[in-house]
Design a protein around this ligand. Structure first.
Ligand code: NAP
Ligand code: HSE
Length: 429
């Protein structure tokens, strides 16, 4: 059977998972494509580090790996931006297909990398960069290609979903749940990317690019993470009939603007995404022909990521075998832009810590009224004798700018004790 040589740059959590899973998948790929995958070279930062047995002795110099004539496809699993960009650039220059799981690279350096790939005519495969084992990029490129997409939303960071699930179901504290996510291989090498929403925003940018041909300027995407969520918010949300999830929203506004944001968001408990737990991800979208579609599956971890990497390798091998140019990347749209974050309109959950005195609730409600923000529900637990109580509001749809003005005014009231916690609410009807 014909053999295709693979060069693997990076052999940490994901790379070692790929090495473990490749022999199991190889027979299937051989049966289906008549080609065998063979890891010919591995490059790591520290070849002397002790590791599980590898198919070949690791080297340090990735340039040698790319130049090695036995390597026909390069897999980048180093992570980060600068070195990964150099690896990608050198791979394209060497006219070898690139497979990568690096969402940061695509979202933050895609403006340079995508034109390079298009100019070189060499394919980049990046299914593993979004939603782990869910083949959502392939679905956008192929199965849904005839649809105009009316919007996408998703739980696309496994680590934060794992942490929020542990807080809601097992009453875990944030730090313990994060450590478990790291031990299970879900978290990024720098776990701040997960908990601060940056990893989900990287994936949202990639989804936006595939769905609308528009790669937003990454620094302009509004991003909020899950650090501000307290267990009391999880409890109040549940009393109000909602679950809290780190949600990415991507939706066109008019003909030439797109809203892309990542924020902890209340979702109705009856919505299927509210029951997506642990490191599972979900991506929902509405196609003008398909109607609503939802994908759910394991969003992080070496096995789920191997599934996507192996699918990309199989596609790359097939394209090499057939002398096909591989998947075409969308032509970036010049006319699209992100909406101004203050122009965003939506519903909000607001928790304010106030002094337990008569008239305070009326004052706060009055400020929302002045800003023309309707109140759908209020929770005021009985005073706990500590002098301050949380006031929880679920608000009607309002511009983010009006909400911010109201919260600024509330923060200046003499009885307000702490900055407000503000979360998005999406009914996803
Ligand atoms: P990791 O555990 O930190 O592994 C990084 C690997 O890169 C290590 O083997 C390291 O070598 C090697 N490396 C670093 N600098 C290098 C250099 N200059 N030359 C050669 N090798 C170098 O990272 P990871 O968690 O596997 O993540 C890899 C990528 O997968 C990231 O882009 C991440 O975002 C993405 N990803 C992760 C998941 C997940 O579930 N964890 C899912 C999808 C995508 P040493 O071993 O010698 O240190
Ligand atoms: N750290 C990422 C997550 C890995 O938790 O979702 C999968 O991309």
């Amino acid at each position: 059977m014909k053999k295709i040589g693979i060069g693997l740059i990076g052999c940490g959590t994901v790379g070692s998972g790929l090495i473990r899973n490749l022999p199991k998948a190889d027979a299937l790929i051989g049966q289906r494509l008549g080609v065998q995958l063979e890891i010919k070279s591995i490059a790591v930062r520290d070849p002397a580090k002790s590791r599980d047995p590898l198919p070949t002795k690791p080297i340090q110099d990735w340039k040698k790996l790319i130049a090695d004539p036995a390597v026909q496809i390069v897999v980048e699993l180093v992570g980060g931006l600068d070195e990964a960009f150099q690896i990608a650039e050198a791979t394209l220059h060497a006219k070898k297909p690139l497979v990568t799981a690096n969402k940061a690279l695509l979202a933050e350096r895609g403006q340079e990398l995508i034109p390079l790939a298009q100019k070189s005519g060499v394919p980049i495969y990046f299914e593993a960069s979004v939603a782990g084992g869910i083949p959502v990029l392939k679905a956008l490129r192929e199965g849904l290609v005839a649809n105009q997409l009316l919007g996408l939303h998703g739980i696309i960071n496994g680590t934060s979903n794992y942490i929020l699930s542990r807080m809601a179901e097992a009453g875990s504290d944030f730090a313990t749940a994060l450590q478990q996510a790291k031990d299970l291989g879900y978290a990024e090498a720098d776990d701040r990317l997960d908990v601060d929403g940056v990893d989900a925003a990287h994936k949202a940018a990639i989804l936006c690019f595939l769905a609308y041909g528009f790669l937003p300027k990454f620094s302009e995407i509004p991003i909020e993470g899950i650090r501000k969520i307290q267990s009391q918010d999880v409890g109040f949300a549940s009393q109000l009939g909602y679950a809290i999830k780190l949600l990415a929203m991507i939706r066109p506004v008019g003909t030439d603007q797109i809203e892309v944001r990542v924020a902890p968001t209340l979702l109705p408990l009856r919505h299927p995404m509210a029951s997506v737990h642990g490191a599972f991800n979900a991506v929902g979208l509405i196609g003008n022909l398909s109607g609503p579609v939802q994908f759910t599956g394991r969003g992080a971890g070496p096995d789920a990521t191997s599934s996507a990497l192996l699918a990309d390798l199989a596609e790359a091998v097939k394209n090499l075998r057939d002398h096909s140019p591989g998947p075409a990347l969308p032509k970036p749209s010049a006319k699209m832009k992100l909406i101004d974050r203050n122009a965003s309109v939506g519903r909000f959950y607001v928790r304010i810590e106030v002094e337990d005195r008569p008239g305070v609730l009326a004052q706060v409600a009055g400020i929302f009224g002045t800003e023309k923000i309707g109140i759908s529900s209020v929770l005021q637990p009985e005073g706990r004798g500590a002098g301050s109580v949380p006031l929880v509001f679920l608000l009607e749809s309002a511009p983010a700018s009006s909400l911010q003005r109201a919260v600024d005014l509330i923060s200046k009231l003499p009885n307000t004790r702490a900055p407000a916690t503000i979360l998005r609410v999406e009914d996803l009807t």
